[in-house]
Every structure is written in C-alpha cells, then in structure tokens.
Design a protein around this ligand. Structure first.
Ligand code: IDC
Length: 461
C-alpha cells in the first residue's frame, strides 16, 4: 500500500513536471526576448545611426568665398576669384547657388558602421551640418545685390530700368548713363585697368564704362578679336567688369559687331558669350548688355536684327531677369526709326543710336527727338567728336549741339574711345601710357579734353 501510495505520488509529480517544465522554459525565453526587446527599444533612438557618416572630404568640398563654410557660397564668386586684382567684387556675396555636386552630397546616405550611443551622438551632429549645405536653385527672378562702395554711382542709383522713353534709377528718377568706351579690348588690352576706370569716375565724372569687344575684326600682330581668341577676350571683358563692380560703375558689355554687319552670322557664339556673362554677373545691377554694336550692310530690323536680339535676349533672361539690354539698329545704329511699332517685348530694352559729330548732324538729331517723342527708349552707346572714320574732322560745336540735345531728353552717351591710337577719336595722345590715365589733361587729345570738360560739367565737378 505504501509502495502504491509512493508510486502514485511519483506519478503525480512526474505529470506535474511534464506540464510545468515547458511553462517554466517558455517564461525564461520570454524573459530573454523581453530584455532584447527593451534593449532594442532603448537602442531604437540610435536608428538615426543609419544617417550617413559624413566624411571630412565631403564637408571640405563645400565651396566657400573666404574659407568660412557657413557663409553663403556661390560658384559665381569662385570664378570671379580669378580677378587679377585679387579683390572680390561685390557680386561675390550674392544669392547662394549650389553646384550639382553639393546637392548630390546632401542626399547621399550610407549605413552606420557602429550602433553605440557615442557614435550615434556624433552622427546626429554631422547630419545637422549636412542639412545646412542644402540650398535651393538660383531663382530666375534675381534680386540684385547693390553692394557698391559708398558714394559711387551704382551705390547711389542702384538697379536701373526703363520707364517710357527713359532709363530710370532705383528711385524711379530719370538717369543719364554717361561714360567712355574702350577701343576693342583685344586690340588695346592695356587700357582695361582699374586705375583708368577710377580716373574716369573721379576726375571725369563718368558713371559708366563701355567695354567694346570686336567679334571678327583684328588689327594684326598680337591684337585679337573674340573669334580669334575667345578666352583672352573673355578674360579682358571679365576683368573690366570686375573693376567696374569694385568701383561702383555701370558697365556696358558690347558685342562689337562691325564686320560682318549681319549679327546673325554669329548668333550661336553671341548666345554662348552672353550666357557666360549673364550667369556670372546677372545679379549685379552694374551690368548692361549691348547685343550688336552696329549692324550694317543692308540688314534690316525685322528680318535680321530683331530676331537675333530676341534670341540672345532669351538666353540672357534665363539668368538675368531685369538688367538693361541694348539692341543695335540698322545702318551702323542710326536707323532707330525702323524700330518704332516693332519693339522687342521686354520691359528693359533700349535701342542704340550712334553718331559721329562731323558726319551725322541735324538730320539725325531730329530723328532722335522724333523717336523719343514716340516713346522709344534710346541710348547713345557710342559717339565720336569727329568723322565717322574715327580720324579727322574734329568738330567741337557739333559735338556740343549733340550733347545738349541728349541732355534735353535725358539720353545717355559714351564717347569713342579710351585709347592712345593716333586717330582723332582717341582721348589719349599717342605715346602716353595707356594703362595709366592720369587725372587732368596732360595726356589728353583735343577730343579727350573736350569730352572730359563736358562730362565734368554734367557731374558737377
Ligand atoms: C574704328 C577705330 C579704328 C579701327 C576701326 C576698325 O576707331 O581704330 O581701325 O574701328 O574698323 C564705329 C565703330 C567703331 C569704329 C568707329 C570709328 O563702332 O568700331 O572704330 N566707328 O570708325 N562706328 C562708327 C564709327
């Protein structure tokens, strides 16, 4: 009986063990899982650790103006960084423009290599840094940065625009652009100096400079036009623009079409050139684009010049929504009347009128007044005091009549040319140092003296 009772008891124990053992094991495993889960949950915050580690190399590739990686950066300023003067022009602090590479880096992700909390903290920090480099694309509607030195023309007048038949400044006041044109920058590169432009600003009272760049014409020797040596001419123009920006001067960039007279001969090259300029300087209120100096050889406004200008303008407007564009007109920019009723559909376009005082007299002045009264905005981007050949026939009284006419309707003017070539139109005497224009009249020709005096008067000097 005892044995039976013992046997029964053992059986009960055995059955109990059979049921209880799995329950006990389950509980233990559940406990382990719970711990893992907790750990996992605790470690869930480091899920951020999947944020990419940012290598030093990636951070340091962010472009920068002055080594400060937190400032706004722009490839524009990087390119301008080649300014020979070494001084960054005002454009270098304009709107942030990311490079494609930067954008790509910003979105790059990689797996973390560790999951420790320490690593996590580090990675969260670098993620923030990366986010700061994320920028938006350059807007087409650019807001120009008026960052010119105090007291300079651009500081005072800022963004120019066209209102009716006149150019107005940032305050809506009628504004007369007044300056001197270089000869071809590739022909007389020595003339493109900051000193010369400063003297034109301070001693002459100019508020602008025109940079003339011949397209197909050259003089032989080492002188070149754009199509002979694009990089050299482009660099000279860029240097000239940079000096003007640094000096707070307006600057006309002139695609100097003369031979051949049909601007459509090189439409593609012109678009390419102006795209470079507009991309790089479109945010500066200093810039004025002159699309074709003097169409000639019978090319008409409607058949050739207008379509050419519209095409180049569309390229410029991709990068610069508002700076003024000058269109050449038929017959060496004299037939401005051909444009009446057929103007270009853009609010900031003006039309070029050129005169040489001993050749083009009353009849052209009457045409100008007539077109002005019909509402055509005109700018005299080039004039000479002499014959249209540029040599001989210096005529002070006709020049003065012209300038009075221009004043009466607030039309701006640019004298040909800042040069020491032995021709009547040059403002400097042959042999005088072209890179070192001096204040005063010691280096000036008869023409130079007259123009300096007339410009100074208008500037109140
Ligand atoms: C003249 C230069 C002269 C050069 C010539 C080349 O003064 O040194 O040899 O060009 O063709 C214009 C032109 C301008 C001319 C100027 C005087 O825009 O290029 O410069 N002129 O002829 N239109 C009317 C006159």
């Amino acid at each position: 009986m005892k044995n039976k009772i013992f046997a029964t008891a053992m059986a009960v124990v055995a059955i109990a063990v059979m049921f209880l053992m799995p329950v006990g094991l389950d509980a233990i495993e559940t406990g382990d899982d719970g711990a893992v889960t907790t750990t996992t949950r605790n470690d869930t915050s480091p899920v951020i650790t999947t944020t990419p580690p940012v290598s030093e190399g990636e951070i340091t590739t962010t472009p920068s103006i002055s080594g400060d990686s937190n400032t706004t950066t722009t490839p524009v300023s990087e390119e301008i960084g080649t300014t020979p003067s070494g001084t960054k022009p005002s454009v270098s602090v304009t709107i942030t423009v990311p490079t494609k590479t930067e954008t790509k880096k910003t979105t790059t992700t990689t797996k973390p290599t560790t999951t420790t909390k320490k690593t996590t903290t580090t990675k969260v920090t670098t993620t923030t840094k990366k986010t700061t480099t994320t920028t938006t694309k350059k807007p087409v509607t650019n807001i120009p940065t008026v960052n010119a030195p105090d007291g300079t023309p651009v500081k005072k007048h800022g963004q120019l625009s066209v209102k009716g038949a006149n150019i107005v400044d940032q305050n809506g006041e009628v504004f007369q652009l007044i300056g001197v044109s270089t000869h071809g920058v590739g022909w007389f590169p020595d003339a493109v100096t900051k000193n010369n432009f400063r003297v034109l600003r301070d001693d002459w009272g100019c508020n602008a400079v025109r940079l003339a760049m011949y397209i197909e014409e050259s003089w032989g020797g080492s002188e070149s036009c754009y199509l002979q040596d694009r990089q050299r001419n482009l660099n000279l123009v860029k240097n000239g623009i940079d000096y003007c920006i640094e000096l707070g001067l307006y600057v006309i960039v002139d695609w100097h079409v003369l031979n051949p007279g049909d601007p459509t001969t090189h439409t593609a090259e012109s678009k390419e050139f102006f795209e470079i300029i507009a991309k790089e300087y479109g945010d500066c209120p200093n810039i004025i684009y002159e699309l074709c100096n003097e169409p000639n050889g019978g090319v008409g406004w409607s058949d050739k010049i207008k379509p050419y200008c519209e095409s180049v303008l569309s390229t410029i407007r991709k990068h610069d929504s508002n700076n003024i564009v000058v269109c050449g007109t038929p017959t060496w920019s004299q037939d401005i009347h051909n444009v009446i009723g057929k103007t270009i559909n853009d609010k900031n376009v003006v039309y070029a009128l050129h005169f040489y005082a001993n050749t083009h007299t009353d009849w052209l002045r009457s045409r100008l007044k007539d077109c002005y009264n019909k509402g055509l905005p005109v700018l005299v981007t080039e004039f000479g005091t002499c014959d249209a050949s540029g040599n001989g026939g210096f005529n002070a009284s006709e020049t003065k009549k012209w300038l009075q006419t221009l004043d009466s309707i607030n039309v701006g003017f640019f004298n040909w040319s800042l040069c020491n070539k032995g021709e009547t139109a040059s403002i400097m005497t042959p042999g005088s140092s072209l890179a070192n224009l001096k204040a005063g009249t010691s280096q000036l020709t008869e023409s130079g003296k007259l123009i300096r005096e007339e410009i100074r008067k208008r500037a109140g000097l």
